[in-house]
Design a protein around this ligand. Structure first.
Ligand code: NAD
Length: 464
């Protein structure tokens, strides 16, 4: 099997708001319905009988773990709810001179291990419960990876496809002004997430620096290199995902050089995941974005697809067969990588999945019922808190770099991602096998265990 390739990103592209621009182009072209996976996948969905509330899902995942490890009621309750939440109204002057007020959130789930860390999402479907869930997953991720960070997340309900670059900049700056009292390099460090990117981080860092009257480049990560970004950050989440895919494939005896793969989502995580898989020899037979997907039996070249999209082409117009996001999930592949949004693998879509391995590059792509069905069907699942943790490892390096003033190197970031993920991955595999639990439960047990030890040592909960 080949090693993980070292692909060098095009920094010019990144600074040019590549994803944001592509998003605006693709959504304008498609005249889309609301951005939910259901609306894309199924214009007339059956009413789901299961919960699609990500916070209820994250709580249920914790409840299962708490029962398994016999967690005391008080600690369980502490971990079930975020420690701090802020809701803000953000007035923004639009290009036409009117003022629009956006709703934003910042949630800090648990900061026992260090300052909160977690992205900011700009999305029309954002809810406080999505932000709570994402903050909680960040806590587990940082604990699992043994990083001195807690879990946080932020979001703004907005639709970037209807906003100009100037409006996005003003929104980013106003959001930071609103949450400035609760963020900072020692308190809470935002980063990019869906529909935010290095440019947005640069605006946020700049606004925070103006507020505190000094350079505040440790306040956010995922910045462009020239404003203190980490050289390995842009592809870090996908790189971490690749390590998870490689190790899981080894365990399942899937030869990646000969494997068929489908990737849902072609943003930061999905695009780089496709590149890494393609470089390793896997056949990326299907890819999608919010507008739909494309399938090609012989495999797609991710760079060529990028060129097509950046010239204004739509995914479905690329050389191949057009597929919906839902159809993509059911394509016969060895590895399926959901890299877009929550709840795409649910009680309905899980039945069509025939992949041997699902790797959750997105946060929360699988519902509770979806996961049960996958398990019954013998599909292995590598959970989000492990599979997409490469990003927070690189963010940790960037934050450390900002605090020390050291010059970060891409190879250091890549090596740290590899080391941390390797350790976490093998711990998870061992626990899953010893205790006969799923990879998700094994990862959750490790994360909760680390956090409990920290809280105990700090005196937040009684000694054992
Ligand atoms: P992004 O904004 O760069 O890309 C999102 C992609 O998903 C785009 O291709 C978009 O068209 C597509 N998409 C959006 N809604 C969709 C839908 N309903 N159906 C199908 N496709 C849809 O975002 P990203 O940073 O790549 O994040 C993707 C996922 O990975 C999210 O769940 C995010 O929380 C998670 N994640 C990201 C990072 C990171 O470093 N960026 C780190 C950890 C986890």
């Amino acid at each position: 099997m080949r090693n993980i390739p070292v692909l060098e990103p095009e920094w010019g592209d990144i600074l040019n708001l590549t994803h944001m621009r592509r998003y605006i182009m693709e959504t304008h072209a498609a005249n889309l319905k609301p951005l939910t996976s259901r609306s894309i996948a199924d214009p007339a969905p059956a009413v789901p009988s299961e919960t699609l509330n990500p916070f209820e899902i994250v709580q249920k995942q914790l409840d299962d773990c708490a029962r398994f490890i016999n967690l005391d009621a008080g600690t369980h309750q502490l971990l079930r709810t975020p420690m701090f939440e802020m809701a803000v109204s953000i007035p923004v002057t639009m290009d036409d001179g009117t003022t629009r007020v956006f709703q934003g959130y910042r949630v800090q789930h648990n900061m026992a291990r260090g300052p909160a860390k977690g992205g900011v999402r700009f999305h029309p479907d954002e809810t406080i419960d999505t932000v709570r869930a994402l903050a909680t997953w960040m806590t587990w991720k940082c604990s699992l990876l043994d990083l001195p960070l807690g879990g946080g997340k932020g979001g703004v309900i907005c639709d970037p496809r209807t906003m100009s670059s100037g409006e996005l900049e003003r929104l980013s700056r106003e959001y930071i002004r609103a949450i400035a009292p609760i963020i900072g390099p020692d308190r809470d460090i935002p980063a990019p997430d869906v529909y935010t990117n290095p440019q947005v981080m640069a605006w946020m860092m700049d606004e925070y620096s103006r507020i505190v009257g000094k350079n505040g480049n440790g306040v956010v990560t995922g910045k462009p290199i020239c404003v203190g970004g980490s050289k390995g950050r842009i592809d870090a989440t996908a790189r971490g995902g690749m390590y998870a895919i490689r190790e899981a494939a080894r365990t399942l005896e899937i030869d990646l050089a000969d494997a068929r793969v489908a990737v849902q989502g072609f943003g930061n995580v999905g695009e780089w995941t496709c590149r890494f898989l393609h470089e390793m020899g896997a056949k990326v037979v299907a890819v999608s974005d919010i507008t739909g997907g494309v399938y090609r039996e012989g495999g797609l070249d991710p760079d060529d697809l990028c060129r097509h999209l950046s010239e204004g082409g739509r995914m479905a117009e690329y050389d191949g067969e057009a597929v919906t996001n839902e159809e993509l999930l059911g394509i016969g592949v060895d590895v399926l990588v959901p890299a877009a949004v929550e709840n795409v693998i649910d009680e309905r879509t899980a039945r069509s999945i025939s992949a041997r391995l699902v790797v959750e590059a997105a946060n929360g792509p699988t519902t509770l019922e979806g996961e049960t069905l996958l398990r019954e069907r013998g599909v292995d699942l590598m959970p989000d808190i492990l599979a997409n943790s490469g990003g927070v490892i690189a963010s940790y390096m960037e934050w450390q770099q900002a605090r020390s003033g050291a010059l970060g190197r891409a190879d250091e970031t890549r090596n740290t991602i590899a080391e941390r993920l390797d350790a976490a991955f093998h711990g998870v595999i061992a626990t899953a096998s010893e205790r006969q639990v799923t990879y998700r439960m094994a990862a959750q047990i490790a994360a909760v265990g680390e956090l409990i030890a920290t809280m105990r040592d700090r005196g937040w909960i009684p000694p054992q």
